[in-house]
Design a protein around this ligand. Structure first.
Ligand SMILES: NC(=O)c1ccc[n+]([C@@H]2O[C@H](COP(=O)([O-])OP(=O)(O)OC[C@H]3O[C@@H](n4cnc5c(N)ncnc54)[C@H](OP(=O)(O)O)[C@@H]3O)[C@@H](O)[C@H]2O)c1
Length: 348
């Protein structure tokens, strides 16, 4: 495993991190056994993964609870990250305390604001209700984060899904954020345009989410119809595909998506490497990336995915994948919010 510094925080994270959204089970990912969660966390740490990510919103706190159980006796071996929902941003200490209790720890290495503060994000986190009263001000929210950092309850402050103007707004408060967690994978490349270059220029570590496009890039789905509705509610898919979660009202880029996947499958057949390893190795070879998160629900998935850290794709293979993924990027555009309609992007 390789490690990189998270921004200028002095904290070293493994280039592959464990995403724990599925832990605890729930409607989005379905049932998840605690036995598997325990085994995945233990084996990941054994194999050098130190970066582990969850959020208070994942399965209504059950992801944090499950991860807390799996981390018993191992807390000091990991860089533990959790996220506060945007709707709770006015009361950072209160919601941090909730996360700490569920995780069974007395500090977080990284505490992240899940989405920037704006009306669409607030509506999403409150089930369409919007914020009660006035939304909190950015300066006030980050002053709260900074106070918690100074107290030692959190070691580093993180952003998630922030665009350039939103990062500038945070920088203007004088509070330093050391990382920005953003969707990034072969078929989700919008951050390459301006967000990743800004992060590099300002020493904000880019940590990737949805490294496998929620399972798609493992090659296990032959056609769009095979993708379960929750995992098909992003703008990659037609608006009718994502069931009740779909809210983008767009046509998607399904043909381009599966053409790009065909390229990954062809490279898999030529090299003998699995699609998952190729897809994650492609991310790791992008110089602006600090670490990519990947959700692993059992030991087989963990094993399949961690092998990516040892894969070196040639320049020719990198260029082939870049070219094959370009039509998806062009169709979905430079909007890095893959869930809301382009006109309502929460990231700018
Ligand atoms: N900041 C944000 O807004 C944000 C957004 C999304 C995610 N995240 C973070 O990023 C992490 C990673 O993203 P993600 O979990 O959504 O998606 P992902 O890593 O792209 O995909 C994970 C899912 O793919 C399937 N999978 C993984 N490895 C596999 C393998 N080798 N073979 C077959 N299937 C495999 C598993 O689900 P099945 O077995 O059910 O198919 C797994 O839950 C999350 O856990 C979370 O920590 C953050």
């Amino acid at each position: 495993m390789k490690y990189k510094e998270l921004g200028a925080s002095g904290i070293e994270v493994s280039v592959i991190g464990l995403g724990c959204w599925a832990f605890g089970g729930g409607a989005y990912w379905g049932p998840q056994s605690q036995r598997d969660a325990d085994a995945v966390v233990a084996a990941a740490i054994e194999r050098g993964v130190n970066f582990i990510d969850t959020a208070e919103i994942y399965n209504d706190g059950e992801s944090e609870r499950s991860l807390g159980l799996a981390l018993k006796g191992r807390r000091d071996k990991v860089v533990l990250a959790s996220k506060i929902s945007t709707a709770h941003a006015g009361e950072v200490r209160k919601y941090l305390e909730g996360s700490l209790a569920r995780l069974g720890t007395d500090y977080l290495d990284l505490y992240i604001l899940h989405w920037p503060i704006n009306p669409t994000a607030l509506a999403h986190f409150t089930g369409g209700q919007g914020a009660a009263g006035q939304p909190p001000q950015v300066a006030e929210v980050f002053a709260q984060f900074e106070a918690l950092r100074k107290e030692g309850l959190i070691r580093s402050i993180g952003l998630s899904n922030f665009g350039v103007r939103q990062m500038e707004e945070v920088a203007a408060t004088g509070v330093r954020a050391d990382s920005n967690q953003l969707a990034y994978n072969i078929v989700s490349r919008a951050i390459e345009t301006e967000i990743a270059p800004y992060c590099v220029a300002h020493q904000i570590g880019v940590t990737g989410s949805v490294g496998l496009q929620q399972g798609l890039l493992t090659g296990k789905y032959a056609k769009p119809e095979d993708v379960p509705p929750p995992q098909a509610h992003s703008r990659h898919f037609h608006q009718d595909r994502g069931g009740k979660d779909s809210r983008h009202y767009e046509d998607g880029a399904e043909k381009e998506l599966f053409d790009a996947l065909d390229c990954v499958k062809a490279i898999s057949a030529e090299t003998g490497l699995s699609c998952a390893r190729i897809s994650l190795a492609w991310i790791l070879q992008k110089p602006f990336m600090t670490s990519t998160l990947v959700g692993c629900r059992n030991l087989a998935q963990l094993d399949a995915n961690l092998g990516a850290a040892d894969v070196a794709l040639s320049d020719e293979l990198m260029a082939r994948i870049d070219a094959a993924s370009l039509p998806v990027w062009q169709k979905l555009g430079d909007t890095p919010d893959y869930y809301e309609n382009r006109g309502k992007s929460r990231i700018f």
